[in-house]
Design a protein around this ligand. Structure first.
Ligand SMILES: [Zn+2]
Length: 239
């Protein structure tokens, strides 16, 4: 094997490593289990936010009822004041005022009943929220651990990537421009592999057997001349 072909294979091997490292980095959330835990956390968070919204709606209802109850109490108070202060009111007026007071009292009792229901519902939602927080705690802790682990793995992969990219540039600089261009064109067309080894009678790019005549011809090529696989078209270097 000439030096040039050695550098070509080195470039291919580094390109393969770089691709694998990038895939591994992208898949870290999935492969570490972080993606699953994040999904679990998101589902719990959706439940929590739903409960919080119900809690807020109940509190708003309670507030509105309290305001209505306050208004009724005020109105009843002023009617009662008029009733007790009334020296000149007719019996019919007094009767009307007394009916109104009774009506307001009944209405207030109804609203107080509704307020109680809203308060009890809030207690139930509070219990629901507390239970959800308890369920979320360990999941959050697990997510935190996994995020830290993924962060450490990313740093490790980044260091490997930087080293591989550096070596790749150094090896690629040693290739003749024409060969480098052929390699790049093939690589982008053939799933990242532009150069393959001839192992025995097999191309390790497409994994197909070459005829023995073809293998003979390739092995007899003068140094510096690069063969291509007749099956897949990749640059073929005798191993
Ligand atoms: Zn091939």
């Amino acid at each position: 094997m000439t030096d040039t072909l050695g550098h070509l294979l080195a470039v291919q091997d580094l390109d393969t490593s770089i691709t694998q490292l990038r895939h591994r980095r992208e898949a870290l959330a999935e492969s570490s289990g972080l993606a699953t835990v994040e999904a679990e956390l998101a589902a719990l968070e959706a439940e929590r936010s739903d409960a919080a919204a119900r809690r807020a709606a109940l509190a708003a209802t309670q507030k509105e009822l309290e305001e209505q109850i306050g208004g009724i109490s005020e109105r009843r108070g002023s009617i009662e004041q008029r009733m007790y202060a009334a020296t000149s009111s007719s019996a019919r007026d007094l009767q009307a005022m007394s009916d109104e007071v009774r009506h307001l009292t009944a209405r207030r009792a109804e609203l107080e009943e509704l307020e109680l229901v809203a308060m009890l519902d809030q207690d139930r939602v509070d219990a629901e929220l507390a239970a959800l927080r308890q369920r979320m705690e360990p999941v959050e802790a697990r997510a935190g651990d996994l995020r830290a682990q993924v962060g450490r793995d990313e740093l490790e992969i980044d260091a490997e990537l930087a080293a591989a990219v550096g070596s790749r540039a150094a090896e690629a600089a040693l290739l003749p421009a024409a060969l480098s261009d052929r390699y790049e064109a093939l690589r982008s067309r053939l799933k990242g592999t532009g150069a393959a080894r001839l192992v025995g009678t097999r191309c390790d790019g497409c994994h197909l057997e070459l005829s023995s005549v073809e293998v003979e011809r390739i092995r007899a090529l003068p140094p510096g001349e690069v063969a291509t696989c007749e099956q897949c078209g990749r640059l073929l270097v005798p191993a």
